[in-house]
Design a protein around this ligand. Structure first.
Ligand code: AMP
Ligand code: ZN
Length: 113
């Protein structure tokens, strides 16, 4: 995906503040943090959103969630964190490459806005 921002970050064409990387997954700090810790966890492979996942991605999802746990540990989020995956137009997704926001070191309420 030539014009995908996060694919370009994966390729190193656009710089990012990496916090975790393995063969399949990359995590980097959000450029406009909404909490003291705000990390985006993405698959290196281009997948548009949660809605575009298939059964073939089951193993990859396990790796993504392992990375999420690793980042939470590295960032000292033992009190918890909010995990968000904006999906599609109604979900407010602006970058069309699957990503999970980890938001931490901030106490969120029980309700959604
Ligand atoms: P979403 O609205 O869920 O699609 O989230 C996209 C996120 O990507 C937003 O929180 C942006 O601040 C973040 N973002 C956009 N460009 C960059 C970039 N170059 N590096 C890091 N984060 C970015
Ligand atoms: Zn992409």
């Amino acid at each position: 995906m030539e014009d995908c921002l996060f694919c370009r970050i994966v390729k190193g064409e656009i710089p990012s503040a990496k916090v975790y990387e393995d063969e399949f997954v990359l995590a980097f700090r959000d450029i406009a943090p909404a909490a003291p810790v705000h990390v985006l966890v993405i698959p290196k492979k281009h997948i548009e959103s949660v809605a575009a996942l298939t059964d073939d991605d089951t193993e990859l999802l396990g790796k993504i969630f392992a990375a999420i746990r690793a980042v939470a540990g590295q960032e000292g989020l033992e009190n918890g964190f909010r995990l968000v995956a904006n999906t599609g137009k109604d979900g407010g997704q602006s970058v069309k490459h699957l990503h999970f926001h980890i938001l931490g070191k901030k106490t969120f309420g029980e309700n959604f806005g």
